[in-house]
Design a binder for this molecule. Structure first.
Ligand SMILES: NC(=O)c1ccc[n+]([C@@H]2O[C@H](COP(=O)([O-])OP(=O)(O)OC[C@H]3O[C@@H](n4cnc5c(N)ncnc54)[C@H](OP(=O)(O)O)[C@@H]3O)[C@@H](O)[C@H]2O)c1
Length: 309
């Protein structure tokens, strides 16, 4: 079962498992009139338990979250109810039916002072999103030591609701609009299809504990934006590198939170893609994604739970 099946990571996971012939159920927070998604608010412990008891999945992947870093900073209690309490509702329900859980966390559990963080480094978050992720990780691993925590960073790829950085750049630049991008923030952009394939391989290998799964190349955010423009044939001069402080975010962010990936490389045989290979793979997938997306429910027609459909 994938909880968060409409999201960037969740939808890629759903497709990766289905392509192997696995039977996969997918849940989303919003209600959809089509697409076969189950509806679940992970804040509702009883409904979470009932859904897992009904479907009895062997593995429950949980990319469901409120991943908006600034929103978490300004609404800590509201987002904690999803990102920590909700995650732990799923962890408890998984323990009760003997399912293994895969939880998605972030490089933001670190402060960015050191870089090349290994899985054993103690979390030291500097913002609320990072604190929520660190607390949820600890709870997930305490619930069952067989559970898997995948820490990732800067995921990009085709997405049902075009929210990720690459799709934002494409949308802005194709309209001839400038885009201001932080010049000093460095990270490892991660192609979401690669992240999904690696997750499935880890699950098949019975991996447990924490694994860092990020693209193999560290790059400044503004340089990544320029590469996106080049790959998609857009005008890279519209990318305006600026100091991160000028972007007006209320949230302190780690400047250099790169994650060491030795553990995942030793555990499975799949490569982690660098930026050229990740962007080229995304570009090559455009046609098949457009076909696939036709079968997805219209994002504009989604309805919040309890409002009826
Ligand atoms: N994207 C990145 O760059 C990145 C980097 C590091 C870590 N992560 C982590 O990776 C995970 C996946 O991120 P993403 O980018 O795929 O997120 P996303 O695209 O925003 O998808 C989030 C998913 O969670 C569902 N959801 C939200 N609230 C829920 C609730 N209360 N109950 C059940 N489902 C709920 C959403 O359902 P609806 O569509 O119905 O609202 C959606 O399917 C998150 O934990 C995120 O923190 C992401």
């Amino acid at each position: 079962m994938v909880i968060g099946g409409t999201g960037l990571v969740g939808n890629a996971l759903l497709r990766a498992w289905k392509s192997r012939g696995a039977e996969v159920a997918a849940a989303t927070y919003h209600c959809h009139a089509s697409g076969g998604f189950l509806q679940l608010d992970i804040q509702d412990a009883a409904r979470t338990r009932a859904l897992l008891r009904e479907h009895r999945p062997a593995i429950v992947a949980v990319p469901a979250a409120n991943p908006y870093v600034d929103y978490c900073q300004t609404h800590p209690e509201e987002t904690r109810r999803v990102n920590v309490a909700g995650t732990l509702n799923v962890a408890r329900a998984c323990s009760e039916i003997g399912a293994r859980m895969i939880f998605y966390s972030s490089d933001y559990v670190f402060d960015g002072a050191k870089g090349s963080y290994i899985e054993e480094d103690a979390p030291c978050p500097i913002n609320e999103y990072g604190r929520q992720k660190a607390d949820a990780e600890a709870g997930v691993l305490a619930a069952d030591p067989r559970n898997l925590v995948v820490r990732t960073s800067g995921a990009y790829g085709w997405q049902w609701e075009p929210k990720n950085f690459v799709l934002q750049i494409r949308a802005r630049l194709s309209k001839g609009e400038e885009m201001r991008v932080a010049e000093e923030v460095r990270y490892h952009p991660t192609y979401v299809e690669n992240l999904a394939e690696v997750t499935v391989a880890l699950a098949e290998a019975g991996a447990r504990g924490i694994f860092h799964v990020v693209g193999s190349e560290e790059i400044a955010r503004c340089d990544f934006a320029a590469r996106v423009a080049a790959v998609f044939g857009l005008d890279g001069r519209l990318i305006k590198p600026v100091p991160a402080a000028e972007l007006g975010s209320p949230t302190p962010r780690p400047k250099q939170s790169s994650l060491c990936t030795d553990r995942v490389r030793a555990a499975i045989g799949l490569p982690l893609l660098d930026v050229p290979r990740g962007l080229a793979a995304m570009r090559a997938m455009e046609g098949s994604w457009c076909e696939y997306a036709k079968a997805l429910p219209d994002p504009a027609a989604k309805v919040a739970p309890g409002r009826g459909i």
